[in-house]
Design a protein around this ligand. Structure first.
Ligand code: PXP
Length: 247
C-alpha cells in the first residue's frame, strides 16, 4: 500500500486570492478553509496532510498550521525552507514530519529539489534539531545519487524524490529517461536505508507509471487533487487518487 499525503496549499491559494488582506484566516465569508478541506480529505482516506508554510506566507498562514495541528487525526507534514525561523517554528509545532524544500521567492510553486550539497551545514543543523525534537525529516531532492547519499549521511530518515521533471516530460521523448532516473533514485535511497517518498506534479494520469516505482512509501499530491475536487468534491477526488495509486 502506497500512502497518500494530501497537500492542501492550493486551497489556501484560492482563499488568499480574495482574502489576502482580511486578517483572519477563517470564519464568516473567508473561504475556502484549508482545515475543512483537510478534514474532508482525511474522511476520504488521506493518510496525512501536507502544507508548505512559505517564508512569504503566500498561501498557508501560521494560523492554519496551528489549527491543523489541533484538528487533524492523521499526520502533519510541514514543508518548509531550511532556515532558523522555520526550524524554531517546527520544534514548537511538532508536526510528525518536516520536509525541507528550497524556496525561491519568484517561483509559483516549488521548482527544483533541495541542494543538500550546497547547503550541507544548514541541512545538517536542521536535521539534528528535528531528530532531537522527535520529528522525522524528509529532504525533497532530485533523484540524484550525490544528493541521496548526502541525505543519508546527514541523518535524514526520509527523502522525497522530486517527480516534477518526470511530470513535465510526460508528453515528450524524455519521459522514459526521467522515469528511469526516479527508479534508480528510489533503489539507491532504499539501499541506504532511507524511506522513499515522492511528489510534485503527480496527477490522475501519470500516477499509473509513478506507482510502479520501487519502494514507495508515500506520495504527496496537491494540485491535481485540489483541482479535481472543484468538480467532484474532495471526497471523490481523494478516493479516486487512492484507487489509482493502489489499483
Ligand atoms: N511535494 C513537495 C515537496 C512540494 O513542494 C509540492 C508542491 O508544493 C508537492 C509535493 C505537491 O506538488 P503538486 O501540487 O504538484 O501535487
Amino acid at each position: 500500500m502506497i500512502l497518500l499525503g494530501v497537500n492542501i496549499d492550493h486551497c489556501a491559494t484560492v482563499r488568499q486570492a480574495r482574502y489576502r488582506d482580511a486578517g483572519a484566516t477563517t470564519g464568516g465569508p473567508v473561504e475556502p478553509d484549508p482545515v475543512t478541506f483537510a478534514l474532508a480529505a482525511e474522511r476520504a482516506g488521506a493518510d496525512g496532510i501536507t502544507v508548505h508554510l512559505r517564508e512569504d506566507r503566500r498561501h498557508i498562514q501560521d494560523r492554519d498550521v496551528w489549527r491543523l495541528r489541533e484538528c487533524i487525526g492523521t499526520r502533519l507534514n510541514l514543508e518548509m525552507a531550511c532556515t532558523p525561523e522555520m526550524t524554531a517554528l517546527a520544534v514548537k509545532l511538532k508536526p510528525e514530519y518536516v520536509c525541507l524544500v528550497p524556496e525561491n521567492r519568484q517561483e509559483v510553486t516549488t521548482e527544483g529539489g533541495l541542494d543538500v550539497r550546497g547547503n550541507r551545514e544548514r541541512v545538517r543543523a536542521c536535521v539534528q534539531a528535528m531528530n532531537a525534537a522527535g520529528i522525522k525529516t524528509s529532504l525533497f531532492i532530485d533523484p540524484d545519487d550525490a544528493q541521496i547519499e548526502l541525505s543519508a549521511e546527514l541523518g535524514a530518515p526520509v527523502v522525497e524524490l522530486h517527480t516534477g521533471a518526470y511530470a513535465q516530460a510526460y508528453f515528450t521523448p524524455r519521459r522514459p529517461a526521467e522515469l528511469q532516473r526516479l527508479r534508480l533514485g528510489a533503489v539507491r535511497a532504499h539501499d541506504l536505508g532511507l524511506v522513499v517518498n515522492a511528489g510534485h506534479g503527480i496527477n490522475y494520469v501519470n500516477i499509473a507509471e509513478i506507482r510502479t516505482l520501487p519502494h514507495l512509501h508515500e506520495l504527496n499530491i496537491g494540485h491535481s487533487i485540489v483541482s479535481r475536487a472543484l468538480f467532484t468534491g474532495v471526497d471523490e477526488a481523494v478516493r479516486e487518487m487512492k484507487r489509482r495509486m493502489n489499483g
